[in-house]
Design a protein around this ligand. Structure first.
Ligand code: UT7
Length: 322
């Protein structure tokens, strides 16, 4: 079995910033409510770029930083809840844009846990020797699947993409990783696809927008973050003292505060950028990792834990040595 290491990070977000104040012109809300209830101040909203466009830009940056050629890549997994199409997969569209002619490519949907699911999946292909170099992307244009008349959800989400290149290695870089699901609770966070309308039936009720029981998701998140962190620590035989940063899915500062209390560690151990980008679902963790890399927040040998949760319900964590 081979080991797996992260070679490089990339990220791209749309230029257009939408502040909480600007949202007050769209729905009945206030900067005070959004800031105090979530920690979000602003988010990026696409003015025309679709998920594959954002993903390809993030992937290109990661590829250049990895010093690899597009043809060196043999796998692209794109985690998203907001693909361009049912088919072709957005991962295939990225392949076409960046010219990764030797890769096989597919999308993966595990909502906000998607990037960690994709990282886990790509790692298995590398561990078994079927692939050497993979690009793992989390990318979303959630602005096209939120209901812009629903203040309960539209203020929470944003658009963006992050990517990593991972490679086969002699020394371990992903020290432990796990993924979990509970499909029996899936209805607390939904986004229906095309209504079931055909020659035999007509569904006029389905709204293809994100709907959420925020309180239930909050309780679930506050429980699975500490559980997942403890699990990957145990599997790697490490403790929280060995960890430089925890990089959580960026949904709500109050969820992160609750997790920090439960784990008995200060909030400053958690990397937080949700104030700038809102909740970008599968993209939030790789966007954060890229930003941390660009700001020089970790050096070779540092250990971090990325931890996510979301629709499905799904969750996951990875203990990474940079
Ligand atoms: O990536 C995973 C996806 N989702 C999440 O992580 C979300 C997890 N959940 C949460 O972050 C929180 O549940 C929310 C921030 C979404 C909501 O917080 P809450 O404490 O659960 O509030 P609530 O939904 O019970 O709403 C409280 C009040 C309601 O008014 P009333 O009924 O008390 O009069 C809402 O109508 O806040 C009202 N409200 C708003 N007011 C101003 C809801 N959205 C807004 C808004 N602006 N945007």
């Amino acid at each position: 079995m081979k080991e797996v290491k992260i070679l490089s990070f990339g990220g791209y977000v749309p230029e257009r910033i939408v502040t909480n104040n600007e949202l007050m012109t769209v729905v009945e809300t206030t900067d005070e409510w959004i800031s105090s209830m979530t920690g979000i101040k602003e988010r990026r909203i696409s003015e025309g770029e679709n998920t594959s466009d954002l993903a390809a830009k993030a992937a290109k940056i990661a590829l250049e930083r990895a010093n690899l050629k597009p043809e060196d890549i043999d796998l692209i997994i794109l985690a998203t809840t907001s693909p361009d199409n049912f088919t072709p997969a957005s991962a295939c569209m990225v392949q076409g844009i960046i010219g990764a002619v030797n890769a096989f490519c597919f999308d993966m949907n595990a909502a906000c846990s998607g990037f960690l699911y994709a990282l886990n999946t790509a790692s298995q292909f590398i561990k078994t020797g079927q692939c050497k170099n993979a690009i793992v992307i989390g990318a979303e244009v959630l602005s096209k699947i939120v209901d812009w008349t629903d203040r309960n959800t539209c203020v929470l989400f944003g658009d963006g993409a992050g990517a990593v290149v991972i490679t086969a290695s002699e020394v371990p870089g992903i020290l432990s990783i796990h993924s979990g699901s509970d499909g029996s609770k899936g209805m607390v966070l939904t986004c229906p696809a095309t209504p079931l309308t055909n020659m035999l039936t007509k569904d006029e009720t389905t709204k293809c927008y994100i709907e959420m029981n925020g309180r239930e998701v909050f309780k679930f998140a506050a429980r699975v973050i500490p559980d997942s962190v403890e699990r990957v620590l145990k599997e790697a035989n490490l403790t929280l003292e060995d960890i430089k940063y925890i990089v959580p899915h960026q949904a709500n500062i109050r969820i992160i505060e609750s997790a920090s209390k439960k784990l008995g560690i200060g909030i400053d151990k958690f990397y937080v950028n949700l104030d700038k980008f809102g909740n970008t679902s599968a993209a939030s963790i790789p966007i954060a990792l890229n930003e941390m890399h660009e700001n020089g927040l970790f050096i070779k040998g540092d250990k971090i834990i990325a931890v996510g949760f979301g629709g499905g319900l799904t969750w996951g964590a990875a203990l990474i040595e940079i």
